[in-house]
Write a protein that binds this ligand. Structure first.
Ligand code: ADP
Length: 222
């Protein structure tokens, strides 16, 4: 079986993190841990966390660091992640979260941080046309709809626009990214574990480049 990996994927909203993370998790047989997906599941299940998260998420604002990291710590402690690794999507999103993540996994606990780079004008057009399945999270767009109008090809769920993919929330999310998440690029670059990948290309190409950098890094002495 392929070796596992401990990967963090960074990138603006709409950079293609979700798509790549699903593929990377299959490639390396590790869980795809997406804080956004976990929170949306909590909102649907109406848990205490979900009730706290819903309005902040809809308006595009970040949730408190402690809340997020307690959820992530619990997930990373599960057997699949402790034994094979993980692809972490949507976390860390602030320097404080990155420092907490170090405490959870240890400083050498992340093999590689991949930054998917896509210019803001391109992510904006991707986000406004994005549609997602409410049940399984499969991603479509106005130009690539499911085969039956707005019924998910994968699970038959309803395909809708995410509330935070409306124009005002998109601006709030992108501003939060610039203010809170961009500093992580320097944080991980200084540690020598950051790789920047051109996310404007076809998803297959993006995956190929990402796998290449993972494999190249594996071959290097640590
Ligand atoms: P996005 O495409 O905006 O990055 P996600 O699905 O990753 O979407 O996250 C949706 C929302 O969930 C965010 O806008 C935020 O409210 C909340 N969220 C997810 N991850 C985090 C995190 N690491 N820290 C704070 N809030 C988060």
């Amino acid at each position: 079986m392929a070796a596992g990996v401990r990967l963090v994927v960074l990138g603006k909203q709409g950079a293609g993190k979700g798509t790549q993370c699903v593929r990377l998790s299959h490639r390396y047989a590790v869980p795809h841990i997406s804080t956004g997906d976990m929170l949306r599941a909590a909102v649907r299940a109406k848990t205490e966390l979900g009730k706290r998260a819903a309005s902040l998420m809809d308006s595009g604002e970040l949730l408190p660091d402690d809340l997020i990291m307690a959820m992530v710590a619990e997930r990373l402690d599960e057997r699949d992640a402790t034994s094979r690794g993980f692809v972490l999507d949507g976390c860390p999103r602030t320097v404080a979260q990155a420092e907490m993540l170090d405490r959870i996994v240890g400083e050498g606990g992340i093999d590689l941080v991949v930054d998917l780079e896509v210019p803001t004008d391109q992510v904006l057009s991707r986000l406004v046309s994005r549609r997602v399945c409410v049940d399984c999270g499969s991603i479509y767009s106005l130009s690539q709809p499911p085969s039956q109008p707005w019924v998910c090809d994968v699970c038959g769920g309803q395909v809708v626009q995410r509330p935070d993919d409306k124009a005002e929330a998109i601006m709030v999310r992108l501003q939060a990214y610039e203010r809170e998440t961009l500093p992580l690029i320097n944080f991980y670059a200084a540690r020598g574990i950051l790789e920047t990948i051109d996310g404007t290309r076809h998803p297959d190409e993006v995956l190929r480049s990402t796998v290449e950098v993972v494999e190249r890094r594996r071959g290097e002495p640590r």
